[in-house]
Design a binder for this molecule. Structure first.
Ligand code: AMP
Length: 212
């Protein structure tokens, strides 16, 4: 199956861009973080197993991630936009073995800007819908437009967890940049631009691949 991949420093907007690309290509958007949080919200066995790991900003085990991915495809799905996978080299090797990787987008953003963006994120404590106090503001302050639930800061967006996630990012995930660059699959996009500009840059790359 064909796929596009997004990875980034947290806060650079991969979720938004992955969603745009999924709508444009008709590929299924697979957001691993959301799938994990859904399990936690549903209070499943898997959710209980991973909730503490997510809360402290550690990585969930590779086997759990592979199972989640295997279970996530819609029938007739023609391709996938991965958002938050892979996050280490073992996962990248798994990806290369099981998927035809069209392009890997690394959304680059300096750490200070990333922290500023993360601190404006909110999530509905009831249905899990994401908001941003700058770019995706709820109609009523602190309340979910969809279900009326209370908007809260994600546990893993709190300062101590953010610091740990950045450390993990630099330790493990950054190596992905070299991994995909060596294989000629990497496109680095400056994520400090506005949402529309980042999206246009991604679309131009996708179009140039398709026309080759
Ligand atoms: P995200 O919403 O992408 O920032 O993901 C939230 C959390 O889910 C991460 O901090 C990890 O704990 C976990 N997670 C998401 N994707 C992966 C992955 N590919 N491998 C391991 N853990 C993951």
């Amino acid at each position: 199956m064909q796929c596009y991949v997004f990875f980034d420093i947290q806060g650079s907007g991969k979720g938004t861009q992955a969603k745009f690309l999924s709508e444009r290509t008709g590929f299924q958007h697979v957001n691993i973080g959301d799938l994990l949080r859904e399990q936690v919200a549903l209070d499943t066995e898997l959710g209980n197993e991973v909730s503490r790991i997510i809360e402290v900003g550690d990585l969930v085990s590779d086997d759990v991630i592979y199972k989640l991915i295997g279970d996530s495809f819609c029938p007739g799905c023609k391709g996938v936009v991965f958002d938050g996978f892979p996050r280490n080299i073992a996962q990248a090797e798994f990806l290369m073995q099981h998927f035809e990787v069209k392009r890997v987008f690394f959304l680059n953003l300096d750490q200070e800007k990333a922290i500023a963006r993360i601190s404006s994120r909110r999530v509905c404590s009831s249905c899990g819908l994401n908001y941003n106090l700058v770019s995706d503001v709820p109609s009523k302050k602190g309340v979910c437009d969809d279900c009326g639930g209370k908007l809260v800061v994600r546990d893993d967006d709190k300062p101590a967890a953010i610091a740990r996630r950045f450390k993990k990012f630099y330790k493990r995930t950054f190596a992905l940049r070299d991994f995909f660059e060596t294989r000629g699959l990497l496109s680095e996009v400056d994520a400090s631009m506005g949402i529309e500009e980042v999206s246009a840059a991604i679309n131009a790359i996708v179009d140039s691949i398709s026309s080759n």
